[in-house]
Design a protein around this ligand. Structure first.
Ligand SMILES: [Fe+2]
Length: 407
């Protein structure tokens, strides 16, 4: 057989990763989404990871594929590139067809944006969505957003739950966050002992995720201290870049980061060797303070990923609803045989049993909740401003009676 030319190979690989709907939610890496597939619990659960972010602040986002009776469940859709669909087709051959696609979050736009394309890629699968779906600036009927209409699409809680023989479903929320509601349904898969969540819990390691091996540019870009420094690859540069990406993702604008004056940014831009879009032409509007690594260390697990509620979720979703989160952890403690946590972001699977859950709950009960000092300053200021303006409510746990999704 004739070997394809390097150009042909490149084109094939480009088209296998292409995601034509990226302008709907224009995040890095835009129209080219590589997928890292890993079997994380043998014959039971698979992780399909892509990268997603802003200005090279990219973190892994995960579709979790679960073996259920008679086939597969897709938990948290991802852009169904040809590469991703081919990997799913391999699993379907061995484990049965994709039976259900589940969108378990009401608010996570990054998870819902690819649901319509995923539903078209698997036209025989049932679609299940979290109640209380909303869009901004107008809440439109979900059918208008490309989500299939009833009866194909069903609403979790209201219409029951899929795969009840092997899965238990535990709701976190709804919480009123002003523009809409926050709610997510965690799924406990009894045969594997894995609890699947979306944004409510994450585990972050000091080692950069493996998906950056496909292209470490975001890590190397942020590992620098000035725009005229070249992007040089080393283990230390990758770790440094990763720690800074975690700070961005956790605090949006960490206190250990300064934005230098425009004059200074321009002075170090457009240096020789960096005049390319890959290097953003040397434009680097960041200046990290000396204590940035200390701030990052509080978020990073060294021996194993550190399981936590992401600061951005704690400070902007649950600032006045700590007990809702603690009560949810108590519901999780009742699950028999819980062994693993698989989140839609960062590391997975994470060892997660009752004693870890209890430690997490005790820590949350002991430590100050939803702070506004130090690294939390920007998030705290944002929430306080939104509260003052009446955009977010003082009491976010009011009951939601009319949260039905129109499908
Ligand atoms: Fe998310």
């Amino acid at each position: 057989m004739k070997t394809p030319s390097p150009e042909v190979t490149k084109n094939v690989s480009l088209s296998r990763n292409s995601w034509p709907w990226w302008p709907l939610f224009p995040l890095y890496p835009y129209g080219k989404r590589s997928t890292l597939v890993k079997e994380i619990i043998p014959n039971q659960i698979w992780s399909f990871e892509q990268l997603q972010g802003l200005y090279y602040v990219a973190v892994p986002i995960r579709l979790t594929v679960v073996k259920v009776s008679g086939g597969l469940m897709l938990f948290n859709p991802l852009p169904p590139t040809a590469e991703l669909c081919e990997a799913l087709a391999q699993l379907e051959k061995k484990y049965g067809p994709v039976l259900t696609i589940v969108l378990p979050t009401a608010s996570g736009l990054e998870h819902k944006i690819s649901l319509p394309a995923m539903a078209r890629a698997f036209p025989k699968a049932e679609v299940w969505v979290c109640p209380g779906q909303w869009s901004f600036p107008l809440t439109l009927p979900s059918g208008w957003l490309g989500i299939p209409w009833r009866p194909r699409t069903k609403i979790l809680v209201k219409d029951g739950f899929p795969h009840k023989d092997s899965c238990s479903w535990i709701s976190l929320g709804p919480i009123d966050i002003g523009l809409g509601s926050f709610q997510e349904l965690a799924c406990f898969h009894k045969p594997s002992g894995a609890l699947m969540v979306t944004d409510s819990l994450v585990g972050i390691s000091s080692e950069p995720p493996e998906i950056f091996d496909l292209d470490p540019t975001p890590l190397l870009f942020h590992a620098r201290d000035r725009g005229d420094e070249p992007l040089e690859d080393s283990i230390n540069a990758r770790r440094k870049g990763w720690a800074r990406l975690v700070l961005f993702a956790s605090f949006l604008r960490p206190a250990c980061l300064d934005i230098p004056p425009l004059k200074e940014v321009i002075r170090y831009s457009f240096s020789r060797g960096l005049r390319s879009s890959k290097a953003h032409f040397g434009v680097f509007p960041f200046a990290w303070k000396d204590d940035w690594q200390d701030a990052a260390n509080e978020l990073l697990g060294v021996r194993e990923p550190l399981i936590q509620l992401a600061p951005v979720i704690e400070r902007l979703v649950f600032p006045r609803a700590q007990m809702t989160f603690v009560n949810w952890l108590e519901e999780l403690e009742k699950l028999n045989g819980i062994n693993w946590l698989v989140s839609a972001h960062f590391s997975a699977p994470l060892v997660f049993n009752r004693s870890k859950l209890k430690r997490l709950k005790d820590d949350i009960n002991k430590r100050p909740w939803a702070k506004s000092d130090g690294s939390w300053g920007f998030l705290g200021g944002l929430d306080e401003s939104l509260l003052r303006l009446g955009v977010v409510p003082l009491n976010p746990t009011k009951s939601f009676k009319d949260q039905d999704l129109q499908v």
